[in-house]
Design a protein around this ligand. Sequence first.
Ligand code: ADP
Ligand code: MG
Length: 389
Amino acid sequence: MSLDALSRRAVREFQSAFQSTPELLVHAPGRLELLGNHTDYNQGLVLATTLDLAVNVAVARRPDATHRLHSSAFPRADIHQRGERGRQLPRGHWARYALALLGELEREALSPGGWDISVCSDLPPGAGLSSSAALLVAIAIAVGGLPHRTAAQRLRIARLCQAAEHRVGVPCGLLDYLAILHGKAGHALKLDLRTNRVRPIRWPRSLALVLIDSGVRHQLTGGGYARIERACATAARSLGVASLREVTRATLNRFLSTPGRRLRPGELDAINHVLTENERVRLAVRALQRGEQEGLGALLSESHRSSRDRLSNSTPELDDWVSRCASTPGWLGGRLTGGGFGGMTVHLVRAARQRAFLRQLSPGTSALAARLGGGLRVIPVNRRTPHSG
Ligand code: ADP
Ligand code: MG
């Protein structure tokens, strides 16, 4: 759905939920991890992109301190809540995200009073495309009126959203918010999670992406993700470094050849994965800049093998999609994307072959011809208060 159609829908839905017109609409794209699996919390590198799927949030200030929340993705679950004294919502309820963020904004004196907030999205929730982060970023900008032009302003918003997501029980890093806040049309993004620096990398028109949903849903709170995080943390401790980002092949070899130094099972795999995955991100940026399409595809497939063999976060369904697509003309490489244990595979294909690639997938396959999206958009509808951006 184009931005215009989605924003028109967002205004209509706001009007029917609250019988009034929104002041402002914020369009926040979803993000896709192209490379950099489980590198973010190791202060590593990630190649990501925003998508043309987005969460739209329409808002209007209220004359009292009540928040009214509506989302068409979760009908019959509208919330009316006065300040922070409202009833406790059940775990997993979508409005907990919104209220956690409103709480963070209130703590920073950024959003006095109450708000009507309506959420309208074509980004599938829970599919690893960061609908939760898009939702939070959109509300932070729409309600908080926060400027988001400079890297420092974007980092501030990312930290507010992270604090809110931690509050609802998801111990996430800054990656998703930073990618969404730095999204740029026609560009992928190289993110460095040690410095929180983000660099746009031009994406050639000759390259397209296809996402295939395995249909298997992961739980961020499940044990697999935590097991990998723990292996990375204990490996860093064993090596005496602050994070696995500090590890080079030379320091690893020195450690391994020192008598008496040992690593627990799983630690060496975690180290080798993060080390090589950071290298793959660097090589991918170079491949994009030089137009080396086969090289880029091979890096995606190598990343999949590293996740599968070293982190054990693949599933038979994800492996199956990567190996089945490998024999399709136009396919350059593919991998699991996101935390793993289900979710999606992303495939790099020649743009000229994208339609043919999609046609040969078996009927009923949940596939998406993903387009690189643009950045955030702030769209005044019926402006009463100035918002900068
Ligand atoms: P992901 O971020 O990969 O999509 P998460 O499990 O982190 O998956 O976040 C999904 C949650 O974000 C949903 O369960 C819901 O609480 C919230 N969310 C996403 N999209 C919407 C929406 N359109 N309306 C309301 N809440 C949403
Ligand atoms: Mg999320």
